[in-house]
Design a protein. Structure first.
Length: 146
């Protein structure tokens, strides 16, 4: 699994010009499911994200987590995170999980995050989505399952 997380003041995702998910302060998480990922990777990544200290404390240091701040999470599926551009000019997506495997894992990701008491909004798996972001910082990190 590969995720790109951005600290945001506000973020939303729309499908066909209709907002399907939006949050205020928190994190926007783009999720790329790889072939071979399981519920184990989902649980580990969600645990890591909700505890990730990327929010500023009173001294301006990144010492607070999403849970500490009672922040929100917007989760957007993005298989293109597994695009391999090493050869040629057209990305290869052979490392991305097939949709029938990735979709239930993506849905589980959203459920696991909510279990931590985080307000979670999400995009629509497989849809052509438009994402609006007000990045805070900016703070952007790439995490991979281990």
């Amino acid at each position: 699994m590969r995720v790109v997380v951005q600290r945001v003041n506000h973020a939303s995702v729309s499908v066909a010009r209709s907002v399907v998910g939006q949050i205020e302060a928190g994190m926007l998480v783009f999720v790329g499911i790889a072939s071979g990922d399981t519920d184990k990777e989902i649980t580990q990544m969600v645990d890591k994200l909700v505890g990730l200290r990327i929010f500023s404390d009173d001294q301006g240091k990144m010492n607070r987590s999403l849970l500490d701040n009672k922040g929100e999470m917007l989760v957007v599926s993005q298989f293109t995170l597994w695009g391999n551009c090493r050869k040629g000019r057209r990305p290869s997506f052979v490392d991305a999980a097939l949709p029938q495997i990735a979709e239930p894992l993506y849905e589980q990701f959203v459920i696991e995050a909510a279990k931590h008491g985080v307000r979670v909004a999400s995009g629509l798996f497989g849809a052509d989505m438009q994402v609006t972001i007000v990045n805070d910082g900016p703070v952007t990190l790439v995490l991979e399952s281990w």
